[in-house]
Ligand binder design. Sequence first.
Ligand SMILES: Cc1cc2nc3c(=O)[nH]c(=O)nc-3n(C[C@H](O)[C@H](O)[C@H](O)COP(=O)(O)O)c2cc1C
Length: 350
Amino acid sequence: MEFLGFSLRNRLFVAPMAGVTDRPFRQLCKKMGAGLAVSEMVTSNSLLYGSVKTQRRARHDGEASPIAVQIAGASPLMMAEAARHNVDRGAQIIDINMGCPAKKICNVMAGSALLRDEPLVARILEAVVSAVPNTPVTLKIRTGWDKANRNALSILRIAEQSGIRALAMHGRTRACGYTGHAEYETIRAVKAAARIPVIANGDIESPEKAKFVLETTGADAVMIGRAAQGRPWLFREIEHFLATGTYLTPPRVSEIHQVLLGHLEDLYVFYGSETGVRVARKHISWYTRGLVGSAAFRHAMNQLPTVGEQRQAVDDFFRLLAEHHEHLPYVATAKAAAAPGADECAALAA
Ligand SMILES: Cc1cc2nc3c(=O)[nH]c(=O)nc-3n(C[C@H](O)[C@H](O)[C@H](O)COP(=O)(O)O)c2cc1C
């Protein structure tokens, strides 16, 4: 797929997730079939540029192109500066977050709270687009503020007038949080009116659902968040299904074993041992959710303080699984596919 001057392997995008889509995870998803991965949100508050967390979030060495970085904030000036700052550090696409309902973000009138103030939306978009004239700028929104105020169409118009090059839409309003189901009607209406590419997002957790959403909305691409947690191979499964109409054989336990060990090594290097072990715990939990015998394993694993012990525990668990199973054995009631409705941006508050 051609997208903003980049040639992508497909139209499957990794959704930006604070605390999840760090460079190791983006790289892994790209390796396992994602066409594009948007970084976790980087603050537009320049006072924080020097913080370890913000600097780490803006690191892209070794990541496959295009590098897409999301910025968040409510001040046009600061957002313009943030865009320039990230382009100077290697961003090839700047994405603006107006889709995040987290209290911490909304209280300062950023994220999806901005959708309520259309003149401010216009000022932010124009400021960012003119700050980085040689870099495409994209926008991520929800369908509106609440069900009575689904103003996505009017945001689309503002975006197009401001020079935004693509629009990603999560099919929920800000007020919906993560409740109910994403709806695709509003995305379909926006796509029908749009002159820029539209990316559909929300509750896509399987190859069939990806096909359904692409067909229902007519969107140019789909964006997947929670369902990819602990399951980065989902992208190649969807890619295969869209291309052939048939299912790819699920990954063998032995392959997942190696994927996870590789993911852990990347996390340890990227974050350093101490933070690396902590960040790795949630990924290990996602990889093993619903697997036979995994609750006791997770409980024990979460107590392990060092890289060596954590790596060994994961290695032992998967070695044992592989001895008895070719493919992942889920307990009968477990929903293997989707991660639960995480408290969006909870990680941000951390
Ligand atoms: C843990 C977590 C963190 C998120 N952080 C961001 C973020 O930083 N910026 C953003 O625009 N959306 C963020 N989102 C929203 C996702 O990008 C996506 O729109 C949402 O999860 C719906 O897609 P899904 O159903 O495929 O998960 C986050 C979601 C989760 C679960």
